[in-house]
Write a protein of this length. Sequence first.
Length: 125
Amino acid sequence: MITHDKKEMIYNYITGQLWEAGCPVRIINGMPDHAHLLFLENPQKSISEIVKQIKGSSSHWINQEKIIQTQFAWQTGYGVFSVSESQLGKVYNYIKNQKEHHKKKTFQQEFDEFMKYHNVFPGGE
């Protein structure tokens, strides 16, 4: 639902919300059906508080400002991964080059491979 012409406006709003939450942003990028955010977590807030705030405020803003012509809502779930300082550059470049990554694999294919590689099985497999 997030078209290329609306992406920058939405990501700028999310960046501002994260900064207000005390979470400095490194990069935000994504595709029409998902977004990746790389930011430093505010140690005084839980990640669930941060995500709830970002998803809630951005959905409200998108709908209030009619950024997208249909009713907008983020998906119910989300994924969060910690990144070591030594891997920040790799993750930054991955997020920066989303369009290129998804020419080779869909988000779901990439996510499933990532989870399998790291031996994480959603749903208790």
